[in-house]
Structure formats: C-alpha cells, structure tokens
Write a protein that binds this ligand. Structure first.
Ligand SMILES: [Zn+2]
Length: 436
C-alpha cells in the first residue's frame, strides 16, 4: 500500500498547551530566529544534512538522494503543489507527498501554533518526521501498515533529535531537559484520538507508542528505526470495547476512580512486595487527601509533584492534594492521570519501605518503573481477578501526559519527563522484574 499523502493531522491544538505546568513556553534563544517558515526551512536543511551522513549506514552504503520536489509552505489562499491529482482542501497539516517528492506544511495555522505553544524544536521534530517518510520512500519499505510507517517516521525523527542533543545540528543548539519536555508535550497533541484501531487508515499510533518510537530513535539511532516491521513492533493501541466506553471516553467518575485505583494498587503491592529485594509483607498503606497548600504534618516528606503529593516515611502514609491537583489531572487529562499519581505514590512507598532511595536519579527512575509495573499488571491480568479497574484506550497516554504534567524537568534531580516516561514504559512493557 502506498499512501498518496502521509501527513500529521492535528486533532487539537490548545492555546495553553496540555500540561499543568504554568508555562509550556520554552526558551526560544537556542533556536533559529525569525518567522516560522525560517524555522521550518532551517530544520529541513538540518534534517537533510543528518540523512546525507546517516543514510548510507541504513541503506547498505548507498548515497542519499535529497528531496527533489522542494519544501512548500501553504495557506488557505496559496495551496501546495498538486499531489497525485487530489483536489486541494485546506487543512492544518504537514505532509510528505511521495508523488511529487516534496514536503508541504500549513504556514498559516499549524506550524506557527506549534512553535508558539511548544517551541521551535517541536517544529523541527515534525519536519524530521515528514522527512522520515521521504527516507522510507527511498528505502522502498512503504508496504507496511500505516501505524508502522508512522512510528518509523517518529523513530527517524528521534535519531535526528539525538544529533541535535549531541550538538551537531546546524539549526538548533543543544536543548535543555525542559525544551525536550515541551517537544514531547507537543507530540502528545499530535496523537491519534483514543480508540483509533491501530490498523486504521491514517493511524499514527497513540502517544505512548509514539514517544517510545521517538525515544528508540534517540537512544538507538536510525538503524534501529529502519528495522521496524509489523511483526516486531509492539503496538499498544486498542479500540474501545463498548459503545458506552466510547461515549464516556473510558473515564470513571473522579471519586470512584480514586477509590478503585487506590484499592487496586494496594492489592497489587500486597501480591508483589514480597518478591522485591528488601520487600516483605505489605502493610496496608494509608491514603489521605488534603486541601491545596495544606499537606499533613510529616517530618520527612518524600515529595512528588512539587510537594502536591508525598509519601511520609515516619508516618508511613501517602497524601495528595485532593482539592486542586487531583481534580485538575482528572479533568484535563483523564482518570488514569490520577492513576499515575497514585501509582507514583505507592511505588515511592514501596521503594522507601524496602530501604531503597527515591531521592537520587536512579531512585526516581526506579519509582517510575515500579509505577509502570502496576500498569503492566492491570494490562496483563485475567479479567476474572480484575476488581473493576480495566485500562481503556488512552489510559497509557493519560499516564504519559500526567508524567509530563507533574514530573517535568526543573527539579534538582535534573531528570526530564522524557527520561521518566522511558522508565515508566519499561515497567509497563516488561513488568516488575526489570525494575530492581
Ligand atoms: Zn507521518
């Protein structure tokens, strides 16, 4: 199957970004200056530089042929070049056209909005993704399901991003952790709507899978991406199972979500804590809510979410802001965003109770992996033993969004949410055994 147009469709671009952090605007001084079209062109030239250097390595030594049809901004009134004879219909989009071997983007809305809301580096990543489709066309690997091609393009974009992070880009200076998190936040806005079947025409993959593909590209490079095939790519996207679930978006009411999730986390740790080094019998963990800004007394709080949630080792309880943070996570992201917060607190308690650190970098990443191991359990257990909590499409995305909202870069551990998502995903995909 060869799609005529392979593009990113933006389902929603919100003015304030998607996180809970007060500002999603990055520093812009480390990026190309000027109009967003300049940013796009400089990004594409840099991506081209990357592929000239990298392509022979993934194509058995063959030299790279750059895009022949050019780079084309378009607006409602100035359409892009004809692509395979399809009538032009204005959409906020960016796409590669295999027919004319060109890349086009909406210079009127999409790109300026992405740049304003998430920073220029996201524009670079979007263009690296589109250029990735041109690379697929050159490799001759396009006869795969759309979701595989989309994730491969994300992975190729990650391979380019690694070059930027290494300081080799001609378009961007080395980004800091916060800029990378802003970029990941932007990618979440470009995800498929929850409930899109993975093999649907135009499926890009959910945010969880897309961030994984991007991270694999960053960590393992373009050769890893080039090996993506239907048979070896783990895709977590699943359709909604019932009409009711589709109507509610798969979300439980807030209070019910908290209650069920806390009970489930309790049961999970009661079953598994004994298997961890330093673990043993799990004592019932007390979960408290508190009003914003008034955490309960604790001599030695192990804080999460910038103090809006905590485990108290001396009192052996967890507590979270149940008047602002909890409801905001729930309303802005979804019920499993609250699950991510509880998962983090239970994992923090487990790590503390077994005498391991949560305060250094590795300790924090272990907490994230342990939280992911509970998600893994929710995903893999039999329905019979399931006590009313079942993950719905979009829950994994909600977890990723929640980590971006309350686990962003900026704390003293120097970890980005991007790093934390990778640790969480490891627990989700591989389970408790890989975390410690
Ligand atoms: Zn694409």
């Amino acid at each position: 199957m060869r799609a005529l147009r392979i593009g990113l469709v933006v389902t929603a671009v919100v003015a304030a970004g998607c996180g809970l952090a007060p500002s999603t605007r990055p520093e812009v001084d480390s990026a190309p200056t000027g109009s967003s079209d300049d940013v796009v062109t400089k990004s594409l030239q840099d991506v081209e530089r990357f592929w000239k250097a990298t392509y022979p390595d993934v194509a058995g030594g063959q030299a790279f042929t750059t895009i022949q049809g050019g780079f084309h901004p378009y607006t409602e009134r100035t359409p892009p070049p004809d692509c395979g004879g399809q009538p032009f219909e204005y959409q906020p989009n960016a796409f590669y056209c295999p027919d004319g071997d060109f890349i086009a983007w909406d210079a009127q809305q999409l790109i300026p909005q992405l740049q304003d809301n998430f920073g220029p580096l996201l524009v670079g990543v979007v263009m690296a993704h589109e250029y990735g489709h041109a690379v697929q066309a050159r490799l001759g690997d396009t006869d795969q399901p759309t979701v595989v091609l989309e994730q491969q393009a994300d992975c190729f974009a990650g391979a380019w991003l690694a070059d930027v992070q290494a300081g080799r880009s001609t378009a961007f200076k080395k980004p800091d952790a916060g800029q990378v998190d802003n970029t990941v936040a932007g990618i979440l806005m470009l995800r498929d709507q929850p409930g899109t079947p993975a093999l649907a025409e135009g499926a890009h993959g959910n945010a969880f899978d897309r961030v994984r593909a991007l991270q694999e590209g960053v960590e393992q490079g373009a050769r890893k991406c080039a090996g993506y095939r239907e048979g070896n790519l783990q895709v977590t996207e699943v359709p909604f199972s019932s009409r009711e679930e589709a109507a509610t978006g798969g979300d439980l009411p807030y209070d019910q979500a908290i209650e069920l999730l806390a009970k489930d986390a309790q049961d999970y740790w009661a079953r598994t804590f004994g298997s961890l080094p330093g673990g043993g019998e799990w004592q019932q963990l007390q979960v408290q809510g508190f009003a914003a800004g008034s955490p309960p007394d604790c001599q030695d709080p192990d804080e999460s979410a910038e103090g809006a949630a905590l485990y108290c080792p001396s009192g052996d309880f967890v507590a979270f802001d149940n008047s602002d943070l909890g409801p905001r996570l729930y309303q802005r992201i979804g019920d499993f965003a609250v699950g991510m917060l509880l998962g983090d607190l239970f994992a923090r308690a487990a790590q503390d109770r077994r005498g391991a650190s949560t305060s250094d970098r590795n300790g924090q990443l272990t907490v994230d992996c342990l939280a992911g191991s509970w998600t893994n359990d929710l995903l893999t257990r039999d329905d019979q033993e399931n006590q009313g909590v079942r993950l719905s499409p979009g829950d994994l995305d909600e977890a990723v969004s929640a980590l971006l909202a309350f686990g962003r870069a900026g704390d003293d551990k120097g970890l980005s949410a991007f790093d934390r998502i990778a640790a969480y995903r490891k627990g989700v995909l591989e389970g408790l055994g890989v975390c410690v």
